[in-house]
Design a protein around this ligand. Structure first.
Ligand code: BGC
Length: 347
């Protein structure tokens, strides 16, 4: 009996060894397999849906015999709870890297905890976690852009336009009557863009009078609604609209169109992002300018970082700020150079 037991154990042991050996042979080495889980705060966001296209294109170009890439994309549709669950599900499914566009940038703790437990690095992007949260684990990274730079550039562009074209001050009172349309409260890009744009105008000697402001959560339809109310209060007094992104600048323009304002009664509009529709509006001289939010550069940085983290190679070539942050620069876009930016898409 005892001899039989030993015999069975030996066979089982032999089978296990064969099984493990077989698995090892069939499965590509883990470092050559990139399984990326991406979750967006809201996939209907214009800028982010275009960034997602860039990411996919770049992953497609990267795939080769040595690197197998799988991508899983999730839309949190504005719920942090949903996003927390998505991260858990993506880790269970085997993702070995996460790209997280937080719903609530002040509440990443659950996501960080579960990623840390499972040793899956996170690249946060576009919605920057607060510094204390980024310190919670050394496998947390951020890719985005410097909000202050975009606001300052928007302000500079508005200064240039106002100085070059006296007709922007339509009532010729030497003061520019303006309206601001802001993104989500609490988003690092909203308040900072507004403050730096307005301060730049003031520091360059432009006298300003704020007629109104609206929070439109980055959204074109909300911006249109808010702008219709402001126009209702101020009719044709508004000379300048500063919007935290292109969609809201276009929403403000929609409001004027809907109210049938003639061109001579329109303010000048400035956006940020250089989305496809934003660039087209600059080319059509509807938007006086926008600031290019470099989605190609940001997605390239995310992809490069992911490959370096998984393969263990190339991390030293990446230029980080404060060890784990990558900020891509913004650029000014006007009618003079808009074609260059529209061409980027075709490349
Ligand atoms: C972009 C907005 C976008 C937001 C989403 C900002 O950086 O300029 O267009 O809606 O990010 O988080």
């Amino acid at each position: 009996m005892r001899a039989k037991k030993i015999h069975i154990s030996a066979i089982l042991f032999f089978l296990c060894i064969c099984f493990l050996w077989g698995c090892g042979k069939q499965q590509p080495a883990a470092k050559n397999k990139l399984y990326v889980g991406i979750t967006y705060y809201d996939q209907s966001d214009t800028f982010l849906s275009q960034l997602n296209t860039c990411l996919r294109e770049q992953f497609d170009q990267l795939e080769n015999d040595d690197l197998e890439i799988t991508i899983a994309v999730r839309d949190a549709a504005g719920s942090q709870r949903t996003q927390d669950d998505q991260v858990e599900e993506l880790i269970d499914a085997g993702c070995n890297i996460l790209f997280v566009n937080l719903v609530d940038r002040t509440d990443p703790s659950e996501i960080i905890d579960i990623a840390k437990e499972n040793n899956v690095p996170i690249v946060f992007f576009n919605r920057e976690p607060v510094a204390e949260d980024m310190m919670r684990w050394d496998e947390l990274y951020y890719v985005g852009a410097d909000a202050k730079q975009s606001g300052t550039m928007q302000g500079e562009m508005a200064v240039d336009a106002i100085l070059a074209n006296k007709r922007i001050d339509r009532n010729r009172d030497g003061i520019i009557q303006y309206v601001v349309l802001e993104g989500e409260p609490g988003h690092q890009d909203a308040i900072i863009r507004t403050e730096s744009a307005v301060n730049t105008l003031k520091n360059n000697g432009i006298q300003l009078e704020k007629l109104g402001y609206g929070i439109a959560n980055w959204n074109r339809a909300q911006a249109q609604n808010r702008m219709m109310q402001i126009i209702g209060q101020h009719q044709n007094e508004i000379e300048l609209v500063l919007a935290n992104n292109d969609d809201m600048a276009l929403g403000a323009m929609d409001a004027y169109k809907k109210l049938n304002y003639t061109e001579s009664a329109l303010p000048v509009f400035f956006g940020i992002d250089g989305t496809d529709v934003g660039l087209q509006a600059v080319a059509d001289s509807e938007l006086t300018g926008t600031i290019y939010n470099d989605k190609e550069g940001q997605s390239a940085a995310m992809v490069k970082l992911a490959v370096a983290l998984i393969s263990g190679k190339g991390l030293e070539e990446i230029e980080f700020q404060n060890d784990r942050y990558i900020y891509l620069p913004y650029s000014k876009v006007t009618i003079d150079n808009v074609d260059d930016f529209m061409d980027r898409k075709k490349q």
